[in-house]
Design a protein around this ligand. Sequence first.
Ligand code: FES
Ligand code: FES
Length: 172
Amino acid sequence: MRVTLTVNGVERTADVEPRTLLVHHLREVLGLTGTNVGCDTTSCGACTVHLDGQSVKSCTVLAVQAEGCEITTIEGMATDGQLHPMQVAFMENHGLQCGYCTPGMVMASTALVAEAEAEGRTLDEAAVREGLEGNLCRCTGYQNIVASVLACARGDVGNATEVQVRREEVPA
Ligand code: FES
Ligand code: FES
């Protein structure tokens, strides 16, 4: 079957088998390997992307079900060479360890913050933990992930000059 998706703002058309999962389509056909597969059983959230602005586990959606939809993956979060504020917040608050869960965490967290903002709710630690219940971190780094999301929700990002200095010090 032919499926056309708008992925990170670009229309992509490809032939897919009807049984192809969206995550496999993104990774194997479109080459967007930032979306990870952790379990294939809708348990871990490593495969989380945005589908028409909603956070979804892309191992639970068939590629053909997403026909005509707008998909954002972790590769689409940075704009004009600038990381998304949630990515900056994760970097500044040490919200990642091995990083395997991080793309899914960033996608789920971004949707969580956007939803709270749209509803005029202020996120607290309990709400962030509940909102990210479907995303598992094998490094058990939840404390700093929650801190990252709360920092982003407060708009408290972009303060870690230390991180940038360290990166600039790496020899070319
Ligand atoms: S790979 Fe989709 S939830 Fe784990
Ligand atoms: S940072 Fe390693 S799985 Fe979450």
